[in-house]
Design a protein around this ligand. Structure first.
Ligand SMILES: Cc1cc2nc3c(=O)[nH]c(=O)nc-3n(C[C@H](O)[C@H](O)[C@H](O)COP(=O)(O)O)c2cc1C
Length: 188
């Protein structure tokens, strides 16, 4: 299985990156091919809402030339896309929000073009947050579930850990084993 992990925290070595470590270790043990991409150090412009991507068949078609093109290639390579993000203001952090908005060219729903460049792929969430899990993550989970249904992706679920004492919260045996168990559940 080809697994793409998009890590959306502005802190490249922060809590979310820490939680990705046991998750990726287990994915590798299970034989997955993994690509890990940090978003905050990439140039990913906001969607301009021009709809030009909706007029081009078979290719992504966004006129903005930035690092999103490479991310789209990786999305097309992946069987499973993992969105790893801290919860910021009840949703994902800004670098990931730009990627999610820029999904538009992967769905050709609103112009002369038709089809999808990513239907059938799986999507899962790996989140960290300050508040209690359900209160913190529900809005983002709901948004991603709807994005998946809309885009004909298979939503695979969430694993999340609460930030109680910064990095140490994500280094406990419980947090690490939870991330490993989630990885195994996704590979099955
Ligand atoms: C700007 C900002 C907004 C945040 N908003 C929320 C929030 O809405 N809900 C929540 O539970 N935690 C919130 N947090 C806490 C982070 O999600 C949490 O500390 C997370 O583990 C940080 O991960 P990182 O080190 O990978 O960036 C926020 C933190 C920051 C800096």
């Amino acid at each position: 299985m080809n697994v793409l992990i998009l890590m959306g925290s502005p802190r490249l070595n922060g809590n979310t990156a820490e939680l990705c470590k046991p998750f990726m270790e287990e994915m590798a043990l299970q034989g997955a091919q993994i690509k890990y991409v940090t978003l905050a150090d990439k140039k990913i412009l906001p969607c301009r809402g021009c709809y030009l991507c909706q007029q081009v068949d078979h290719i992504y078609g966004c006129p903005q030339k930035d690092d999103m093109e490479g991310i789209v290639s990786l999305i097309q390579w992946a069987d499973l896309i993992v969105l790893a993000t801290p919860i910021y203001a009840w949703y994902c952090a800004a670098p990931m929000k730009n990627v999610l908005d820029r999904h538009y060219g992967l769905n050709k729903f609103y112009g002369t073009a038709s089809g999808s460049l990513w239907a059938g792929k799986k999507m899962a969430l790996l989140c960290t947050h300050g508040y209690e899990a359900a209160y913190a993550t529900e809005p983002f989970v709901l948004g991603v579930e709807r994005l998946c249904a809309h885009s004909r992706l298979q939503y695979m679920g969430l694993y999340s850990v609460q930030d109680e004492e910064d990095l140490a919260s994500f280094q406990t045996p419980q947090a690490r084993e939870g991330a490993r168990a989630f990885a195994r559940s996704l590979i099955r």
